[in-house]
Design a protein around this ligand. Sequence first.
Ligand code: PMP
Length: 297
Amino acid sequence: MYYNENTVIYFKGQFVKAADAKTDLYSQSLHYGYAVFEGIRSYPINGGTKMFKGKEHYDRLRHSAALMKMPFTYSTEQLLELTYQVLEKNGFTDAYIRPIVLCSPNMALSKGKECYLAIEAWEWTNGYMSNKMRIMTSSYRRPNADAFHVDAKVSGHYVNSILACQEAKDNGYDEALVLDSNGYVAESSGANIFYENEGVLYTAPKGNILPGITRATVIELCKELNIPIEEKLFTPEEMRGADAGFFCGTAAEVVALSSLDNVVFKKNWEDSLSYVIQQAYKCKVLEKPFQLEQAVA
Ligand code: PMP
């Protein structure tokens, strides 16, 4: 359950009970997937609550809304403030926050006339995903960058994610590796992807992916820790049987992969640079100092 009778959300300019909030069945968002959203994590920091890269997430929400030509006028500062109020009203610290911009009733295929912001949140109890994921190359491709603004986080894009993720689960895997329309590795259904070979990390370049805030954080960490990182196009063949691999995203954080298409990654996870990144990311979000020796066995 994401909410109960006491949960408070921000919706259409006020704080209301989630159970009482109503949306419109004639909305463009429902009919056409014409909505933009974010996924943000907050963590317990120094006895308080802090969103990780909240500004970056709300800048991206505003960017997504602008690309969709939605008349969305909240500033990043207002959005951050409203979100902290939602967290406080619910007494949440370790939480996942889901702001979404919905459009008004309109059956026409024209830009949104009015839009409404909802900020929903729930307590995050998953912790770090400790299991390593078995993934498969999806038969579905990511939306073509000529057909969509792939760097915007738009609800409609996620139908593709549902198809890819469910296909993987139906075939006994944990998740999907989804290629771009040219056959290069793009990302997962809801996370970016890295692989490691001979001391170098690789990730897909911008262009056919949602360039994640976690992905950017991983690249920053690589630079801080002098771990070589390269953004390049690569095929699933190049990735299969590499030393290690991981998914990264706000919800997933840094999650280890055990195999791709049943080909096992070679290195013991704890001996990989990817593991160092996983530990460094944990420290970063919790604002704890990270020492390389912590991670190296
Ligand atoms: N790709 C897709 C398709 C996603 O849904 C997400 C999750 N927002 C990501 C990548 C990772 O983005 P972020 O690190 O900003 O959460």
